[in-house]
Design a protein around this ligand. Structure first.
Ligand code: FES
Length: 137
């Protein structure tokens, strides 16, 4: 069965929704169950995650897992966010049916995808900026 924390997070997620100005967005899914998670990051110039939000189409444990994952990465550096594990998510959520543990794994993967997207966008912006500098020469 589900823990109180999972039920509470499912009913009243703290971080649900999109994020205006997000500069890192990660989308992952599980083909077996069909659940999809999308995590939005707002990262400042110092590489600190100022805010994190999510939209999850999925089960109760998937929604609760993404909600916890967002709490765990807020205020952290990108490197610290990459170290957040599904075990940490699981430990906060408490009792979860064994066949639902993959929901917490998906939450970890969604963070990684969002951080990766942030770096890709930054890299692209840097290349564009370097190209426009070359054009001015
Ligand atoms: Fe697949 Fe929850 S059942 S993510």
């Amino acid at each position: 069965m589900y823990s109180k924390e999972i039920i509470e997070r499912f009913k009243n997620p703290r971080n649900a929704g999109g994020l205006r100005g997000a500069n890192g967005v990660g989308k992952v899914g599980n083909a077996a169950c069909g659940d999809i998670m999308k995590v939005y990051l707002l990262v400042d110039d110092n590489g600190i995650i100022k805010d994190a939000r999510f939209k999850t189409f999925g089960c109760c444990a998937a929604i609760a897992s993404t909600d916890v994952a967002c709490d765990l990465i807020k205020g952290k550096t990108l490197d610290e966010a990459l170290k957040v594990t599904n075990k940490q998510v699981y430990d906060i959520l408490g009792e979860m049916p064994p066949h639902k543990i993959h929901c917490s794994v998906l939450a970890e993967e969604s963070i990684h995808a969002a951080v990766e997207d942030y770096y890709k966008r930054k890299d692209k912006a840097n290349k564009k900026s370097a190209k426009s500098d070359d054009d001015e020469d």
